[in-house]
Design a protein around this ligand. Structure first.
Ligand code: GAL
Length: 313
């Protein structure tokens, strides 16, 4: 039985009204949010945001946090434990509206990163539990860091994955209609990078990536294409005035399109500080696409959603 005291403690109010780049970010339980390398989804019928990511505290696995405003997060616990899987990284969840399932893809690996597979797990609820269904090399290719993208116009889902010869290239693979498997539509998009995040604006796909330097941040790069399967053109770093030339000391993990605002793209980055740990921080910043079609990220120490224009109701 849950005591009245446990319930009261669990409702520790956070009262945040802004994003603070790289600062200690506490959840409702008073502990730092431990949810790295993941993604955010908005579940419209629950009017709730869910944030998934690597949970470095015990038990290890994927954590879920929920929020109504993107600033204040409730710890929903570990929604899948990594168990015997040695390396469980970069979980990303999407919602299959037709079958009403939450589908998680993640980097499934061993300690020396040579298994190089994708794992897939499924839940009936956003807060889990997620049950592991399969792990595989997509079309026999190595797979490590992943980005997951659902095209809002077609509801088709794609995974960008750092692939063969230990991430010498990124591939893009289309998922099956139920999001539970990969299809044979799988191409080399000829980029040597990691941490892929994808957005689409005015028919152009933007792929934002990091270089390959493990837990050490490096200059980011973005690529553009008129089809999600490419060909992609390399454009350089979108991090404007990036003093340390290290993507504002972060590595991309996802781009979340914030509903309710025009062209509101949220950069989700991890500040690993040398390795993944429960207290690794987050760099969340707005992504702008300029009238000329360039991707730009500007540094803000603190910012809020008022910088975006609300969609007309
Ligand atoms: C990074 C990758 C992380 C983790 C790390 C291990 O490049 O983005 O997710 O795999 O390497 O060194």
């Amino acid at each position: 039985m849950v005591s009245i005291f446990t319930t009261a403690l669990a409702q520790h109010p956070t009262g945040f009204t802004s994003f603070k780049t790289g600062e200690n970010w506490l959840a409702d339980d008073g502990l730092p949010i431990d949810c790295h390398g993941g993604n955010i989804i908005y579940v419209a019928f629950l009017k709730t945001f869910f944030w998934y990511g690597e949970h470095y505290g015990k038990p290890r696995g994927a954590a879920c946090y929920s929020s109504k405003d993107l600033y204040n997060w409730k710890n929903e616990g570990v929604v899948i434990q990594k168990g015997d899987i040695e390396v469980f990284e970069r979980p990303k969840v999407i919602y299959d509206k037709i079958n009403k399932k939450y589908v998680m893809w993640f980097h499934y690996d061993g300690n020396n990163y040579t298994i190089a597979e994708l794992g897939v797990a499924v839940s009936d609820k956003p807060t889990g539990p997620f049950i592991l269904k399969n792990h595989l090399r997509p079309n026999a290719h190595e797979s490590r860091d992943i980005g997951l993208y659902v095209d809002p116009e077609t509801d088709k889902a794609y995974i960008g994955y750092a692939a063969d010869h230990t991430n010498l290239t990124i591939r893009m693979v289309e998922l099956s209609g139920d999001y539970l498997n990969v299809t044979g539509n799988d191409v080399d998009i000829k980029a040597h990078c990691e941490g892929p995040g994808i957005l689409k604006k005015n028919g152009t796909f933007y792929l934002l990536t990091s270089g390959c330097s493990g837990w050490t941040p490096n200059p980011g790069n973005y690529y553009t294409a008129s089809s999600i399967m490419g060909p992609y053109e390399k454009k350089g770093s979108p991090f404007i005035g990036d003093a340390g030339d290290n993507s504002f000391n972060s590595q991309p993990c996802y781009i979340f399109k914030i509903p309710g605002y025009k062209n509101a793209y949220l950069y989700m980055g991890d500040r690993w500080n040398g390795s993944g740990s429960p207290k690794s921080q987050y760099v969340f910043l707005p992504i702008a696409i300029t009238p000329g079609g360039q991707m730009e990220l500007h540094f803000y120490r603190e910012w809020d959603l008022n910088i975006f224009t609300p969609e007309k109701k």
